[in-house]
Each structure stands twice: as structure tokens, then as C-alpha cells.
Design a protein around this ligand. Structure first.
Ligand SMILES: Cc1ncc(COP(=O)(O)O)c(C=O)c1O
Ligand SMILES: Nc1ccccc1C(=O)C[C@H](N)C(=O)O
Length: 461
């Protein structure tokens, strides 16, 4: 394991020259003690753990805590008056602070952006407006093994239109023996079957494999065939640079509790391209989508705000908004996605290079013998086809003990049953040393599992 010792020095020097390293201090990271890292020595128990799980739930930005406390104080001192006090900065105007920063992150105009509600609800909402099947054009093209909530949404939407999901949902599979969808295969399907497809809806980044889909080319091809194109950006927003406006995307939805650190169940968001302003009116209207000028005059007729904010339905959670704003302010201060992506590319590459040196690394799942322990990386190796995350396929039926071993060593990734562990070094708060620690912990974990012992009843020699 000598490579790991020499690479520690490299990690230290990469951290020293990292221009955005000070942003780590803007976050509260769980400690080794709080995550019960049982193998960590007593003198390091109060150090931050190696948190590589911001792709599932980002840690707490200190600024979010401050802003949430401010809103609690405003609630305490003003109660209902807080909606309009101070003048121009009451709760009713809170989204005016959030939407412009969010718009920058997704490459959109502010009028095309709305921070609101939650991901799955926003997906249903926009499918309600944009998925309009006809007798000839009625299919939804999506990736196989999309996040289950999206699959449930697609199925329930087609059923609501009286269609058969077996026929109306067209799932694209990777080629046999492969983990990713090839761009050429997506484009071929769109060109061959486009006339029957009403909606193309992929995730920007696949939650399981970490594949970053070619949003621009898929959107272009689908629009050329007359399809509507929507994207689920749960794993893409705050992770990779996006240009939704220029890419001509019709609509997109996302959550903000992953890379955007808004806290568990935080506020979601949606994008509607301005080309729809004149054509598409919100279908499932609510009073918060009504123009602010007359909203509180309570007129009986809906008069929507032009653009994405016209899709707002309810009075939003101010506490969730404050929490999200705290994080968005940190993104803004860090200089937006450009410096973050630069560091992210380096950090993910660094982690990958360490993992590839491991004695347990297998170039592919098929290169290991039946039952042999080890791991393969199923995230694309091309940096432009991935974000921060690397997905490790754990071979030999030992994902759970490997996951537990990492946690005992203070490394928090996440497990995706049956056999994937996801690790995501995040540029705002992770370090190159975190990558080194994770690779080291993985090596030690595999070594500790022995070569011939039986794990969970499986012989792993
Ligand atoms: C790709 C994707 N879609 C949908 C969801 C569901 O999001 P929510 O629970 O916020 O609706 C998630 C994560 O939970 C996700 O990763
Ligand atoms: N496992 C969870 C447990 C609780 C709450 C969310 C999740 C998620 O899966 C979040 C997200 N969609 C993810 O890909 O990590």
C-alpha cells in the first residue's frame, strides 16, 4: 500500500494550492464521533468525518443556520406582519433573493426559474402541463432504472391519460455488459421513434451510475423530432455547469438538498424555457403563481406571473427558503459553477486514480473470478460524462461489510443495494485529503475482510 503513503503528500500539496479551500469552513461537517466511527483513534474522534455523501444530502452551511434563526426571530417578533415587513423584504418577496442565484447555477434567466415545492411534485406539475399525448404521439422516452420516484411519476401519468405503461413508456437500456447509455444509442432511438414520442425525460446525472447525460445533444435531437424535452436535475444542479436556456430545454425540475445543501426535504425548483411564455399557461394554478401586484386583492380570475414563477402554487416554506438561500449565497461567493467544476474535475480524477491503484481494483466486473472480492468503478471514466460522484460496484457479495468498514473508518458514502457504494467528493467542502482517506479506508476495509473468510454466508476467497 505504499502508493497511498506517497499520495498523501500529493493530497496535502493539492489542498494547499486549492484556491477555494477556505469554503470548507462555511460548513458544519459531522464528526467521526457523531457518525460512530469505531475504528478512528480517540485523538481524531472530534475531527470532521470524511463526508463523501453530499450527492445524497449536503451538510449544513453555517449561513443557513444563521438565516433560519433570523426567520424564526422575525416570526417571533412580527408573526403575520413578517409577510410584508420590512417593506420590500417581507416573506412574500423571499424568492426574489433566491431565484436570481439559482438561475445563474442552471444557466437560465431569472424569469425562467422558480424555487418552489419539491422535486417529485414539480415533476408531476410540469408533466401536467407538458405531457400531452395524442393517439400517435404519446410515448415517454426515459432511461432504464431512472430514480424510482420518476418511474412512479411516469407510470401514474400515463395511466391517468388512459394509456398502458408497457406501451407508452420507452425505457432505454445500456448495451449488454455495459453500464452507461451511449449517446449514439439515445440519438438513434429519438431519430427512429421520435414521431411517437411525446416527452423525452432523462435525469441530467444518473443517480446510480453517475453518468452525466449529453443534455444539449439529446435536447436538440428530440426537439428536431417535435418532442418535448424535460430533465430531472436532482444530481446535476450545483454539481456540473448547466446552460438550460441556451440548450433550449423545455423544462426541468430538481431538488436542493444534495449538492445545494438546503437540508433534508429542502425546497425544490423548476425551469420553464421562455419560449413557452406565450404558449403555455400553468395548468394546475395556485395563488402564488398569480402576479404579486394583485395577489392579495384576491381576484377570482388567475393572472399568472409570466414565466416559471407563474407555476408557483402555494405560499412557500420560509424556513426552507432561508436554508436554501444560506447555501446559494456560499455558491455565489465562491464564484459559481466555474471554479467549483474546475476543482471537482481534479478531485474526482484524484480519487479515481487512487482507487485504480488499489490491489482490489478490477478494470471491470467481468474481469474478476466468481465470488472474488474487489471493486470496479461503473461511473464513466470520461470526465465530461460525469460529475463529482464515483459509483463503486462491490464484487463478491460484500457491499454491506465494505460499507460498514468505511463508516467505521469515518468515511461516509452511501450504499445502493444490491452492490454499489457511491462516493462524491464535493468541491465546496471536501479536500484532496478526504479522497486519500477514503481510498485508504477502502484498502484497509478490504484487507480486514480477509481473503478466505466468509462474509454474510458467502465465501469470498
Ligand atoms: C433523480 C431523482 N429523482 C427524484 C428524486 C426524489 O426527490 P424528492 O423526494 O425530493 O421528490 C430523487 C432523490 O430523492 C432523485 O435523485
Ligand atoms: N436514500 C435516501 C434516504 C432518505 C432521503 C433521500 C434518499 C435518497 O435516495 C436521496 C437521493 N435521491 C439520492 O440519490 O441519494
Amino acid at each position: 500500500m505504499s502508493f497511498l503513503s506517497s499520495d498523501k503528500a500529493l493530497a496535502t500539496s493539492l489542498d494547499a494550492e486549492d484556491p477555494i479551500r477556505s469554503f470548507r469552513d462555511r460548513f458544519v461537517l459531522p464528526t467521526n464521533r457523531s457518525v460512530s466511527a469505531s475504528e478512528v483513534s480517540a485523538d481524531h474522534l472530534d475531527d470532521p468525518c470524511t463526508y463523501l455523501c453530499g450527492n445524497s444530502l449536503g451538510p449544513l452551511p453555517k449561513r443557513s443556520r444563521e438565516l433560519v434563526l433570523n426567520e424564526l426571530d422575525r416570526w417571533a417578533s412580527l408573526a403575520v406582519e413578517g409577510h410584508f415587513t420590512p417593506k420590500g423584504h417581507g416573506w412574500v418577496e423571499q424568492m426574489d433573493d433566491l431565484n436570481p442565484i439559482m438561475a445563474e447555477l442552471i444557466g437560465a434567466k431569472t424569469s425562467e426559474t422558480a424555487c418552489m415545492s419539491t422535486l417529485t411534485a414539480n415533476l408531476h406539475l410540469l408533466m401536467g402541463s407538458f405531457y400531452k399525448p395524442t393517439s400517435t404521439r404519446y410515448k415517454i422516452l426515459c432511461e432504464t432504472k431512472a430514480f424510482p420516484s420518476d418511474q412512479y411519476a411516469f407510470t401514474s401519468q400515463v395511466i391517468a391519460h388512459g394509456l398502458d405503461p408497457q406501451d407508452a413508456i420507452l425505457e432505454l437500456h445500456p448495451r449488454p455488459g455495459e453500464y452507461h447509455l451511449r449517446e449514439e444509442d439515445i440519438l438513434k432511438t429519438i431519430s427512429e421513434q421520435g414521431s411517437s414520442i411525446a416527452l423525452v425525460l432523462f435525469s441530467g446525472i444518473q443517480y446510480y451510475t453517475g453518468q452525466f447525460f449529453p443534455i444539449k445533444s439529446v435536447t436538440e435531437a428530440a426537439i428536431a423530432q417535435g418532442c418535448i424535452v424535460g430533465w430531472d436535475l436532482a444530481h446535476a444542479v450545483g454539481n456540473v455547469p448547466l446552460q438550460l436556456h441556451d440548450w433550449n430545454v423545455d423544462f426541468a425540475v430538481w431538488c436542493s438538498y444534495k449538492y445545494l445543501n438546503s437540508g433534508p426535504g429542502g425546497m425544490g425548483g423548476l425551469f420553464v424555457h421562455e419560449k413557452w411564455d406565450a404558449k403555455e399557461s400553468p395548468r394546475s394554478a395556485g395563488w402564488w403563481g398569480h402576479t404579486l401586484d394583485s395577489r392579495f386583492a384576491m381576484p377570482p380570475t388567475f393572472s399568472p406571473i409570466l414565466g416559471a414563477q407563474g407555476f408557483q402554487q402555494s405560499n412557500p416554506s420560509v424556513l426552507a427558503g432561508a436554508s436554501l438561500l444560506g447555501s446559494l449565497e456560499v455558491f455565489k461567493e465562491a464564484g459559481g459553477m466555474k471554479p467549483l467544476r474546475e476543482k471537482s474535475l481534479k478531485m474526482t480524477h484524484f480519487l479515481e486514480s487512487l482507487l485504480r491503484k488499489s490491489s482490489y481494483f478490477k478494470p471491470s466486473s467481468s474481469s474478476s473470478k466468481e465470488g472474488e472480492k474487489g471493486f470496479a468503478i461503473i461511473t464513466p471514466s470520461d470526465p465530461s460524462s460525469r460529475g463529482c460522484q464515483l459509483s463503486l460496484l462491490i464484487l463478491g457479495g460484500i457491499m454491506q461489510p465494505v460499507f460498514d468498514g468505511l463508516k467505521a473508518r469515518g468515511v461516509i458514502g452511501d450504499e445502493r443495494k444490491p452492490d454499489v457504494i457511491r462516493l462524491a467528493p464535493i468541491p465546496l467542502y471536501n479536500t484532496f485529503e478526504d479522497c486519500w482517506k477514503a481510498a485508504r479506508a477502502l484498502e484497509d476495509t478490504f484487507a480486514s475482510l480477509g481473503s478466505t473468510e466468509s462474509v454474510n454466508g458467502l465465501k469470498i476467497a
